[in-house]
Design a protein around this ligand. Structure first.
Ligand code: HQG
Length: 184
C-alpha cells in the first residue's frame, strides 16, 4: 500500500472535496469511516483499503493530520470546503510562528496573514514546524513571529488544529513581527 498516496487521497476527500466521494460530513468535518472506505473501494487503486490502513497512516505520519473517534474520521486542519468547519476557540500560546516564502513577505506585512484558499490561517507552535511549513514553498523560508497573546486579548479568534498547528481567522499585520534575521 502506498501510504503517502492514500494519505493524500484522504486529505483531499476530507479537506477539499467530500462531495466527490459522496461523504456526509458533520459540522466538525468528521465522516463515518465506513462511508469513506466504501467510497474509496469504488476505485481500483483503493479497493482493498481497510480501517487498519488509516490507523497505520495516523500512527506513522510525522504530521498529525487525521483523527479517528467514535467510528468517524476527520482532518484536524487544512480545509478549503465552503462549509466552514466548526472549531472551538482556545487561548493560544503567547507566541506562534508562521513559515512562509520570502516572495509573500511584502504582501503579508501589508495585508496581514489571510486564509487564502483555506478556511483558516495556519500557524505553528514552534519554529521547527514553521520552518518545515515554509520549506514547502521556499528553500530559505521566512519565519514570522505572531504576538498571539495580544491578538487574543484584542478578540481575534484562535483555534487548536493539533498540538503543533494552530488556526486563526486572520492575523492583521500589527501582530506580526518580521526580522530579516528570521528569513533565509
Ligand atoms: C501565504 C500543510 C501573500 C501563506 C502545512 C502561505 C500547514 C499570503 C500561503 C498547512 C498572505 C497559503 C497550511 C498574504 C497568507 N499575501 N501571501 N496576505 N497571507 N499568505 O498551504 O500555512 O502537509 O494554505 O504564508 O504543513 O502554508 O497539508 O497555508 O504561504 O500545516 O498536512 O499564503 O498545510 O500541512 O498556503 O500551510 P497554505 P500554509 P499538510
Amino acid at each position: 500500500m502506498d501510504d503517502r498516496a492514500l494519505s493524500k487521497e484522504i486529505s483531499y476527500a476530507l479537506r477539499h472535496a467530500p462531495w466527490e466521494y459522496e461523504l456526509e460530513m458533520d459540522e466538525e468535518g468528521a465522516v463515518y469511516v465506513i462511508q469513506l472506505l466504501d467510497a474509496l473501494h469504488k476505485s481500483a487503486r483503493w479497493k482493498n483499503v481497510t480501517e487498519n490502513d488509516f490507523l497505520r497512516i495516523i500512527a506513522q505520519s510525522e504530521k498529525k493530520r487525521f483523527e479517528i473517534k467514535d467510528g468517524k474520521i476527520r482532518a484536524y486542519y487544512g480545509h478549503s470546503i465552503p462549509m466552514k468547519i466548526v472549531k472551538e476557540k482556545q487561548t493560544p500560546p503567547d507566541i506562534l510562528y508562521h513559515g512562509t516564502a520570502r516572495r509573500f513577505l511584502d504582501s503579508i506585512m501589508e495585508r496581514g496573514l489571510l486564509p487564502q484558499n483555506r478556511q483558516y490561517v495556519h500557524l505553528s507552535q514552534d519554529v521547527e514546524t514553521a520552518m518545515s511549513v515554509g520549506k514547502r514553498r521556499d528553500g530559505k523560508p521566512c519565519i514570522l513571529v505572531i504576538d498571539a497573546k495580544t491578538a487574543w486579548a484584542d478578540g481575534l479568534g484562535f483555534y487548536l488544529g493539533n498540538e503543533k498547528v494552530w488556526l486563526a481567522d486572520v492575523v492583521p499585520a500589527r501582530y506580526i513581527r518580521e526580522g530579516k534575521d528570521l528569513c533565509g
